[in-house]
Design a protein around this ligand. Structure first.
Ligand SMILES: Cc1cc2nc3c(=O)[nH]c(=O)nc-3n(C[C@H](O)[C@H](O)[C@H](O)COP(=O)(O)OP(=O)(O)OC[C@H]3O[C@@H](n4cnc5c(N)ncnc54)[C@H](O)[C@@H]3O)c2cc1C
Length: 544
């Protein structure tokens, strides 16, 4: 480029920046909220030339780097259904890299529709960590000083927002500690799960992961770096927890720890009656000296189920277990686990006997195994490796996750299990209750209005190009039938990992929390720059 051309370019840039600042004053705080607005992914119709945006980003002084080529991976996620190409991918090495980038984008104001999405592991289902024509922040490259551990009574660890839970587990175990609350799969980032909730079989006792965080460091939608906790900038803290990435990018989190066990007794039993199954689950999550993990799943019309468990579990009564027939039946499997250290094996066995004696499962279906704590927590990774080998990991995943109030779960089960769904060959269906009292008050997550509600997850995989029952369209139709049934019967459910296309649907999802959510958006991300892939707010672009 000639010197003259360079000078002209710089002048143009200055002129445009002044224009932008003027436009910001017109559009700030309007929040872009027409209630009938369709939140379809916007096309890139930038008023500010994309070449100027490109060169401004390129000129940023960063400790990490920003790439404009080979960025296709940022347009993919686990759902494998939505693919939106960003303009650039930021690989931050410091919090200030993220802050400078957001400040630059904020400074461009409403003359540009450029947005910013943090991407953890990209295990979203519908493009939630994508930003069409925007900047995707690869959180895994964020470099912070090593994990900092505080041991003692209030043990915790400070980790980067892009850290994987599996790494936190391994590091904590070196100190005999571990986080209290998990997800079923640990190859997810801290920022990604805290932006949702983070639930698994420990949540009945400890609450979800968002209930087990002491402090966060967040870069807001204006580029400000803020430390927040229960008593410092608490509005931002509660907003960000379960906030679907709308109010800031989590760059650091302080996670609560507890002494870690070394071993786990892992137990499965079967039921043929949903009401007996759920009554037992509810008993277990309300008991004092209960298991450490309580989940469950549905099995519909499965041949040779019990035999397939034999490689991992030992039946209590092998003869009767081998006679048990699963085909043609709708069964419910209670899955529980008790943590222990070998020195107190005897007491734990006794405790388990007592608990099992209170339950009403089919006696011949008691299966048990003993594994290390890490093997237990990292169990889904084993399934991942198997699926990868068969080429079944990178297929479309039309998952549906629901939170269903306790007093409606029986109605739901009667209509959905065995009727709308006549087999479970497309993937597991998890069903387990949690105690609402363990969910931190004031966060952005919305849950049903009852003391106990169920997490119900339809974790389907679709066969690419299939037009049959295992195809995407068929599964999506089934999901829609389930959602329609919930709506017409007014079950009072909430979606977990929610996904909607219309702002009215988001309003209905948040219910009375909508005004707070919207208010926080105006405060912390007034131009609606962050996490556009959630499709809750849309960045307003000023007309020339
Ligand atoms: C195999 C599998 C098993 C799962 N099991 C469970 C489970 O047991 N329990 C459960 O609760 N969930 C589970 N999930 C869902 C999982 O919690 C979400 O998909 C989560 O968003 C994934 O984290 P991620 O790091 O890949 O986030 P991404 O998909 O990268 O991001 C999710 C959202 O969070 C935003 N985000 C990402 N990082 C940050 C950050 N640092 N700051 C602010 N916003 C950020 C993104 O912009 C996006 O909107 C599972 C998912 C998979 C694929």
């Amino acid at each position: 480029m000639s010197l003259h051309a360079n000078g002209l370019f710089k002048w143009n840039k200055m002129f445009l920046m002044s224009l932008i600042l003027l436009l910001i004053s017109f559009t700030m705080n309007k929040n872009h909220l027409s209630s009938k607005q369709t939140l379809a992914i916007p096309t890139l119709s930038s008023q500010l030339g994309s070449s100027i945006v490109h060169s401004s980003l390129k000129d940023l002084k960063l400790e990490g780097n920003i790439s404009f080529d080979n960025i296709d991976h940022a347009a993919k996620d686990f759902g494998n259904r939505y693919h939106f190409l960003p303009l650039a991918v930021l690989h931050p090495k410091s919090v200030s890299d993220i802050s400078s980038t957001i400040k630059l984008v904020f400074g461009m104001g409403s003359s540009s529709d450029i947005t910013v999405a943090a991407r953890g592991r990209g295990h979203s289902l519908q493009g939630q960590a994508q930003a069409i024509g925007g900047v995707v922040v690869n959180m895994e490259s964020l470099w912070l000083p090593e994990m900092y551990f505080q041991t003692g009574k209030m043990a915790y660890v400070d980790v980067s927002g892009g850290e994987l839970w599996i790494n936190i587990l391994h590091e904590s175990l070196k100190r005999g500690l571990a986080p209290k609350s998990w997800t079923d799969y640990l190859h997810l980032t801290v920022g990604g799960t805290l932006s949702n909730a983070g639930v698994s079989g420990q949540a009945f006792r400890h609450g979800p992961q968002i209930s087990n965080v002491y402090q966060l460091e967040v870069v807001t939608g204006t580029g400000e770096v803020v430390t927040c906790s229960d008593d410092q900038n608490s509005d931002l803290f509660y907003g960000v927890l379960g906030g679907l990435g709308q109010f800031g990018i989590i760059t650091r989190a302080r996670i609560a720890l507890e002494p870690a066990p070394t071993m786990v007794k892992w137990i499965r039993v079967l039921y043929s009656d949903f009401n007996i199954f759920s009554k037992d689950q509810e008993f277990l999550i309300s008991s004092q000296n209960s298991f450490d993990y309580v989940e469950g799943f549905v099995i519909i019309n499965r041949t040779g189920l019990v035999n397939s468990w034999r490689s991992s579990y030992i039946p209590k009564d092998p003869v009767k277990a081998s006679q048990f027939k699963s085909e043609g039946k709708v069964l419910f499997c209670l899955e529980v686990a008790k943590y222990f250290n070998p020195e107190n094996n005897g007491n734990v066995n006794q405790n388990i006997e007592t608990l099992l004696s209170e339950l009403n499962y089919i006696p011949s279906t008691l299966f048990q195994s003993e594994v290390s704590y890490v093997q237990f927590l990292d169990r889904v990774h084993v399934a991942e490796m198997k699926q990868r080998e068969k080429g079944l990991w990178d297929v479309p995943h039309p998952w549906l996750n629901l939170l269903i109030p306790k007093n409606k779960i029986s109605d739901f089960a009667a209509v959905v299990f065995g009727n709308i769904l006549t087999d479970t060959s497309k993937g597991p269906i998890l069903v387990y209750p949690v105690n609402k009292s363990k969910w931190r008050n004031g966060t952005s997550v919305v849950t049903p209005e009852e003391d106990i509600f169920y997490v119900v997850s339809f974790l389907s995989s679709a066969m690419p190009h299939s037009t049959g029952k295992d195809g995407l369209e068929h599964i999506l139709n089934q999901n829609n039938r389930i959602l329609k049934f919930c709506e017409s019967s007014q079950l009072g459910i909430k979606q977990y990992l929610p996904h909607f296309n219309m702002q009215d649907e988001w309003k209905a999802h948040f219910g009375k929390q909508w005004e707070v959510f919207k208010g926080r958006k105006s405060t912390y991300d007034p131009l609606a720059i962050l996490a556009p892939g959630q499709r809750i707010f849309r960045k307003a672009v000023a007309f020339q």
